[in-house]
Design a protein around this ligand. Structure first.
Ligand code: AMP
Ligand code: ZN
Length: 115
């Protein structure tokens, strides 16, 4: 838990969200400013500022995240038509919240390359 981290507050229930999926390690919930008809954020409950700060100690957690993304996509109805998963990192990546999060976007065709 990092003081003043909004996603730590979501992880520890200080800020309530409508969780789409939750277990001991991770939680997925709707993005407050959706960029697509379905826009979820998946976060580890552990505070990791971004993917640059993840270490080999986090390998099992990252594996859990990657294997749970398709389950969450299926729960959200995105498995049939597909979806996009995005990790923004630091300024050039467009990261605004410095707690690792995975965007799960779908419900429309996602153009490439991203802006
Ligand atoms: P990023 O720009 O990759 O750091 O993404 C941060 C995302 O968090 C943005 O898409 C915001 O809309 C979203 N966000 C910020 N605060 C909240 C919140 N309280 N609940 C849900 N999503 C949030
Ligand atoms: Zn945090």
């Amino acid at each position: 838990m990092q003081q003043d981290c909004i996603f730590c507050k979501i992880a520890n229930k200080t800020i309530p969200v409508n969780a789409v999926y939750e277990d001991e390690q991770i939680i997925a919930f709707p993005d407050i400013n959706p960029a697509a008809p379905v826009h979820l954020l998946l976060i580890p409950k552990k505070h990791i500022a971004n993917i640059l700060e993840a270490s080999s100690e986090d390998a099992a957690l990252l594996e859990h995240i990657m294997t749970t993304i398709p389950k969450i996509a299926a729960i959200a109805g995105l498995a049939e038509d597909g979806f996009r998963t995005v990790i923004n990192t630091k300024d050039n990546g467009g990261q605004t919240v410095y707690h690792l999060h995975f965007h799960i976007l779908g419900g429309r065709f996602m153009t490439w390359p991203p802006g």
